[in-house]
Design a protein around this ligand. Structure first.
Ligand SMILES: C[S@@+](CC[C@H](N)C(=O)[O-])C[C@H]1O[C@@H](n2cnc3c(N)ncnc32)[C@H](O)[C@@H]1O
Length: 490
């Protein structure tokens, strides 16, 4: 790879509003855009570095009883008269005034473990109240429109759950009673399909499957009593999703406002070998302190997740602008409010930034997938340069910058290959990348030793179920460890 000059970032197609949703505000370009990007990223970086300077999630400790999950399965046809969805009268829907949308709701936003404090800062930045970081997520309070904004703007949350009921429970029947007493008809009814999920930490209940069934029965009983029919169960593409969470003493019922996980931004087609989830990629960028207008390199880029996420962050593209949400299917969805929120978000998107963003991977298929994803993410082909190249030959695209990367983990590499890779890359980094910030997520706790580098920080976080660290290095001679002596044979 040759030394590059400055690359121009261009958002090829700004997210278009449907004909009925004409964007009203102008888009920023040029110097003002760059300044706004720097300010936005500085805020995000401040959120990240703030959490980086204090131990974030203390090393995650597993619960004595692991969180478990159960899902209601499709029930066989019962022969009960359930009105066909299209035939059902609209009157039931119309008689519910959207008074509930003026309330303040308690809510919970799950996120990858290790990003809780960064998420708390992100939610505070969105103006949400009473934000507290918990285990693998944050509690907060919000008005209805702020719950929609959180869905649209959060880069770190996995979903947004709105609390609708909470009470102490001792038996499975208490769950039935709680579900029956909850006013589901404000949100959905027999014209919707339903899915219920249950998770628990330290719950004394014996069967989560049965708890799940009780919650579902309570919901269906209530709707049948009030509206003459119950929702169908659809575990694949439900209109309404309810989460039951059980802890040692109580049950909490949530309506899932997101639907598909928020890390699904809507652009991924080519998955690559082991793609990072987009919200974890955003978390790595925030924790790395990348300021948004600095050169960025991912030399193990795979399908391009880190760089595409970075481009959206730098341009201020709201991560939810192109995807659907579960709340859009609920009763009394306020189309005008949602359109206004999206119009406002669109007005802050920048179309042009200037900084080199470079991805490399030795696998041509991965680079092909990254380029396809770039296009699907509405980014111009030249906004991120993707190249087929071995990591030990990737030259820096600028004198200073950030590497944020997710190399292959131990079990994917043979030991001999791994030794050669880390030793060779270490020499290459020391030779060519003085002055760069190196950020690597890995489950290999011995990685700094293998790279002969001293880590400035090791941030605990989880990639799915895998316990990892984000290792952070300043690439300067103070961080270099002596090379291991070579083995000599006589
Ligand atoms: C864990 S995957 C990265 C996934 C990526 N973050 C994504 O979201 O798609 C690691 C990548 O490193 C690449 N890789 C492995 N050895 C390499 C080498 N020596 N030089 C360059 N790339 C390499 C693999 O082809 C693979 O795509």
């Amino acid at each position: 790879m040759t030394q590059s000059r400055k690359t121009t970032l261009r958002l090829k197609d700004a997210p278009e509003a449907p004909a009925s949703e004409k964007p009203t505000a102008r888009q920023r370009t040029g110097a003002r855009a760059r300044q706004a990007a720097r300010q936005a990223l500085a805020r995000q970086a401040a959120a990240g570095s703030g959490s980086a300077s204090a131990p974030v999630a203390s090393a995650p400790t597993g619960p004595t009883r692991p969180a478990t999950q159960a899902t209601v399965r499709q029930r066989p046809a019962t022969g009960r008269p359930v009105p066909a969805r299209r035939d059902r009268p609209a009157t039931a829907v119309q008689q519910h005034r959207p008074a509930h949308v003026q309330d303040t709701f308690k809510a919970f936003a799950p996120c990858p473990q290790g990003l809780e404090h960064s998420l708390a800062q992100e939610l505070q930045g969105l103006g949400l109240a009473a934000v507290t970081a918990g285990r693998a997520g944050c509690h907060f309070e919000a008005r209805w429109q702020d719950l929609l904004r959180a869905n649209l703007h959060s880069r770190l949350a996995t979903r947004i759950l709105m609390q609708v009921a909470q009470a102490p429970v001792h038996t499975e029947d208490d769950i039935l009673s709680l579900a029956r007493a909850t006013p589901w008809e404000h949100w959905f009814g027999p014209e919707h399909s339903l899915r219920v999920d249950t998770s628990a930490i330290h719950s004394p209940m014996r069967s989560l499957q049965y708890c799940n069934l009780r919650a579902k029965d309570g919901i269906c009983d209530r709707l049948r009593e009030r509206e003459g029919a119950r929702p169908d169960i659809d575990t694949v593409r439900p209109d309404a999703r309810v989460h039951l969470f059980l802890d040692a003493h109580q049950a909490t019922l949530y309506i899932d406002l997101s639907g598909e996980s928020l890390f699904k931004r809507g652009w991924r087609l080519d998955k690559g070998a082991a793609p990072l989830r987009e919200n974890l990629a955003a978390g790595l960028l925030i924790l790395s302190g990348w300021p948004g207008d600095a050169p960025l390199l991912d030399p193990f880029c795979g399908s391009g997740t880190v760089l595409i996420e970075a481009a959206w962050m730098a341009l201020g593209v709201p991560p939810g602008i192109w995807r659907p949400f579960a709340f859009e299917r609920l009763r009394n969805h306020d189309h005008r409010l949602w359109r206004d929120l999206k119009d406002d978000a669109r007005s802050h998107i920048m179309t042009r930034l200037e900084q080199p963003m470079v991805g490399a991977d030795h696998d041509p298929a991965a680079i092909e997938a990254a380029r396809a994803n770039l296009q699907r993410a509405h980014l111009a082909p030249d906004s991120i340069r993707f190249e087929v190249c071995d990591v030990r030959e990737v030259l820096p695209p600028a004198d200073r910058g950030w590497i944020v990367t997710n190399p292959p983990y131990g079990e994917r590499l043979g030991v001999a290959d791994a030794d050669a890779l880390w030793a060779g890359w270490s020499r290459w980094l020391k030779q060519h990348y003085a002055g760069w910030q190196l950020n690597i997520i890995s489950d290999d706790m011995g990685l700094p030793g293998r790279l002969r580098l001293k880590a400035r920080r090791r941030h605990p976080l989880y990639n799915g179920a895998l316990e990892c660290r984000l290792f952070q290095f300043d690439l300067n001679p103070d961080a270099y460890r002596a090379e291991r002596p070579q083995n000599h044979t006589a």
